[in-house]
Design a protein around this ligand. Structure first.
Ligand code: IMP
Length: 196
């Protein structure tokens, strides 16, 4: 497959500056230029992050016609049988970190994982291409953050291989472990392998 657009800027359709900054750091290491674009993304209700990201990428592309990435992520808590998973955004907006900690008050099993699906779509493709990333960790007993670090569930998620929560890490540190960095690195590897 060859891409006329290879080497040009690609766009990350998101309204989340934190997500964009994390992705930008991963991509810039691979010498891929990325811009942030705020198009209205369509988030369907589905149990599959992949389906959500796919449909959202097609919808965003229809609005701007630019080669773009849409990412969908979720937090899957083992003791809650994978909840909130694809409903993470709604759960964060409604009960937030405090509410999730309350739901898990009596739970000894703190195991959880973040999953990310990055969907890339451009005019040359028939359908979006997806790349996945995952990180296993645990839900802390209390929120922990350094000032201004992190977003969303970051203050209550600690990867297994670290003593710090995501919200106690710099972006570069978070990118060593995170679901998003892993998905974007997979995307970057594929993108760099394309013939010009
Ligand atoms: P989204 O639908 O991909 O934006 O993510 C679903 C929910 O999970 C949102 O409330 C986000 O704030 C949260 N979330 C996604 N990725 C992360 C992350 O890397 N850290 C903390 N929370 C996240």
């Amino acid at each position: 497959m060859s891409f006329q657009l290879k080497g040009k800027v690609i766009f990350f359709a998101t309204s989340n500056v934190n997500k964009f900054n994390e992705a930008r750091k991963v991509l810039s290491r691979c010498k891929i230029a990325v811009g942030m674009i705020r198009v209205k993304t369509l988030e369907i209700q589905s149990e599959s992050l992949e389906e959500i990201a796919n449909i959202s990428a097609i919808h965003a592309f229809k609005q701007c016609g630019l080669p773009l990435i849409v990412e969908d992520a979720g937090l899957f808590v083992e003791a809650l049988k994978g909840f909130p998973g694809p409903y993470s955004s709604y759960v964060y907006k409604t009960i937030g970190n405090e509410g999730l900690l309350k739901l898990m008050e009596k739970s000894i099993n703190r195991k959880a994982r973040f999953r990310s699906v990055v969907a890339f779509f451009s005019g040359e493709l028939n359908a979006p291409i997806c790349f996945k990333g995952e990180v296993v960790g645990e839900i802390t007993r209390e929120p922990r953050r350094e000032s201004h670090h992190g977003f969303g569930f970051d203050p209550i998620f600690k990867p297994v291989k670290s003593q710090k929560t995501f919200a106690e890490m710099s972006i570069n540190e978070k990118n060593k472990y995170s679901h998003r960095a892993r998905a974007f690195r997979r995307f970057a590897k594929w993108y760099k392998s394309l013939k010009v």
